[in-house]
Design a protein around this ligand. Sequence first.
Ligand code: ISL
Ligand code: CA
Length: 558
Amino acid sequence: MAATIKWWQQAVVYQVYLRSFQDTNHDGIGDLKGITAHLDYLKQLGIDVIWLNPIYRSPNDDNGYDISDYQQIAADFGTMADFDELLQAAHDRGLKIIMDLVVNHTSDEHPWFKRSRQDRTNQYRDFYFWSSGNGKKAPNNWDAAFGGSAWQYDEQTQQYYLHTFSTKQPDLNWENPTLRESVYTMMTWWLNKGVDGFRMDVINQISKLPGLPDGPLKPHSQFGDARVTNGPRVHEFLQEMNQEVLSQFDIMTVGETHGVTPADALKYAGADQHELDMVFEFQHLRLDNSQHGLGKWSTRKTPLVALKKVISDWQVGLEGRAWNSLFWNNHDTPRAVSRFGDDRPAYRVRSAKMLATCLHLLQGTPYIYQGEELGMTDAHFTELASYRDIESLNAYRDLVTERQLLSPADMMARLAARSRDNSRTPMQWDTEVNAGFSDAAPWLTVNPNYRQINAAAALADPDSVWYYYQHLIQLRHQYPLVTLGSLELLWADDPQVFLYARQWEGRTWLVCCNFTAETLSRPLDQYLTPTAKCLISNYGEQQPNKLRPYEDWVYQLA
Ligand code: ISL
Ligand code: CA
């Protein structure tokens, strides 16, 4: 790692899922003016960067991840003038804004695709993947992330097109140099506008295996695993993008990269690789997947020993060579406190703080997902009709209605545990109607617990999860150890306690987190000598050799 700290290494990012943040024009959908109205709230929290989920024009088959115009704002969210106003207002406060960049696929309503599908010879044909297949059989056995085959037959030209997500999200063909140049031009346009970087959606899927060969068959499925991650030309494409676009600006980039190991990350985000600044890895979010081939549709809890190992492997593996991003949740996952902590009223606040400590004291750039700073919980929906997400609805149809692999009750329990809608319910601002999110019916039901869990209540309570996050962000900004220190995992085999040490320039901090609702006895007094200094804790004074339910603390050792 270079001797100087890059601004994004000391930064804390706050993710805004705009659709659910704040509605200002009474249509039940969050909008750009809604963020501008809350910039002071974010500034007070202390964050440095806002990551906006896609705000571009889109028919919303996948909530904006199906883009029909990269250079227009979705009408639901406002206008380009609203965006310019937001960017200016953010910059005025010293806040940066990074955009979601979705260039593995477009919407089928994007002009490129509309032209591409017209005939077999037009100049946009090759922007996408078209193939004749085998008569009635798709060109290969790949499945789509949202169910069914990854190929859709198109009558107009009697060929199939590839869509690794929904049928309305055709994959772009990065082998085509004109396509790549068009993407770079679009990126440069946004950067010239002054945006501060990109979060790149499924960016490690842009290079497909040549020949598009069948993948290994998936359990319980007639389909095969799509062979689209970490393809043969992905580093070449990213280096080209870096050279032509990214390196021309002082920005931050984070790649969303499923299925990467620390070794892969050194290639995508190695300090001297000239690709990206960091990647999102998902190994720590897969440990509770189904053991019966049902992927994410599981109700298992994450085993702590495995979680600690994954996190420590990433910390140690990237130390001095690349940079970690740190997150417990985002718009595709359940809420952190419900998944890794304990969202029952007796433990919610304590466990939300404990998770925050555990994450924010690691080396890397932390990402807070909107509402996490309030300890917002999963939706706990009990009706299928409450769900909106295409992934959840398709999975129910596939696993329950069509293939009858799961009973309705079983699938409802799995959706409650894993649906993406859990994190997408509206932001809980106050005790007004619809949690102050909107005075119209919200696009997705507000969690009824907003009466207890909301920003107004948090700001009025010095002991809230919110002030705890503020304190953690201050520690990061104040002490270079938090940014630069190395990490050593202690008690690796302890299934209940996450204990680690950070070290930098002769100083040691010890971070201790009880991941259970039990009171535990552990030999901790060896560390907490009278000269050790407590920097933050979710209880008052520590008790000798004891950890209370979800207790956390950070000590600077003498
Ligand atoms: O959400 C997932 C599983 O529940 C993920 O596998 C997700 O499909 C994957 O992380 C890619 O996510 C990104 O691209 C998708 C979009 O639906 C997600 O919201 C986005 O984060 C397609 O653009
Ligand atoms: Ca609105």
